[in-house]
Design a protein around this ligand. Structure first.
Ligand SMILES: Cc1cc2nc3c(=O)[nH]c(=O)nc-3n(C[C@H](O)[C@H](O)[C@H](O)COP(=O)(O)O)c2cc1C
Length: 212
């Protein structure tokens, strides 16, 4: 199958140095609000790249649950492939692809577990079914079939039929603490606008325009 004639010209918008916020968190918030206003599907879905200690990369989608100046937080199974790779090598990358706005944001940094209290707070806010689901999945392990998952769910429904579903010890959040964040805006003729924020210290960021 030849896809070489498939191409889009990006004409919606531009990005200039003058309009950038002082910090990438403010810039990200601006773009995130615009992605929501544009009603893009799941604007908080992001690709998460990890790498093993041998530098073999892997990639999957996770959902951003919140962010602030400390970083970007997602939740997952602490025994999953991604969590094992983060334990071996905390360097990760995140990517948001907002095609409807012809935008891409790439975050590079390190992932660290959030506190137990933070995981608990988020877990308690999840729907009951998702709480039970967390207990049922040995994420990333090989299973015999779907039946096993359904049996596990029935078991957990029984086990936790009274009171709150507790936070599993193998489940929680990671915070990606950024070192660099790039904002990419598609432009005509492949002359896209790219601005990269690099961390200088706790609070300050330098900004560079990158060639497309
Ligand atoms: C839209 C979407 C959102 C997802 N959100 C999450 C998430 O927030 N946390 C998570 O652990 N997996 C999420 N997944 C599943 C992951 O992509 C992946 O299959 C799973 O985490 C196992 O990854 P691993 O084996 O690399 O650890 C999501 C998948 C999709 C398509």
């Amino acid at each position: 199958m030849d896809l070489s004639a498939l191409r889009e010209n990006y004409t919606r918008d531009g990005l200039t140095r003058d309009e950038l916020a002082a910090t990438p968190f403010e810039q990200f918030e601006r773009w995130f609000l615009q992605a929501q206003e544009a009603e893009l599907p799941e604007p908080n879905a992001m690709s998460l790249a990890t790498a093993s200690k041998d530098a073999a990369p892997s990639l999957r989608t996770v959902l951003l649950k919140y962010f602030d100046t400390r970083g970007f937080v997602f939740f997952t199974n602490y025994e999953s492939n991604k969590a094992k790779e983060i334990a071996e090598n905390p360097q990760v990358a995140l990517m948001f692809f907002w095609l409807g706005l012809e935008r891409q944001v790439i975050v590079k940094g390190t992932a660290e577990k959030v506190s137990h209290a933070e995981s608990l707070k988020y877990f308690m806010s999840r729907p009951h079914g998702s709480q039970l689901g967390a207990w049922c999945s040995h994420q990333s392990s090989v299973i015999s079939g779907r039946k096993l998952l359904e049996m596990q769910l029935d078991k957990m429904k029984q086990k936790f039929k009274q009171g709150q579903v507790p936070l599993p010890s193998f489940w929680g959040g990671f915070r990606v603490v950024p070192q660099q964040i790039e904002f990419w805006q598609g432009r005509p003729n492949r002359l896209h606008d790219r601005f990269q924020y690099s961390r200088e210290n706790e609070t300050d960021w330098s900004i560079a325009r990158l060639s497309p």
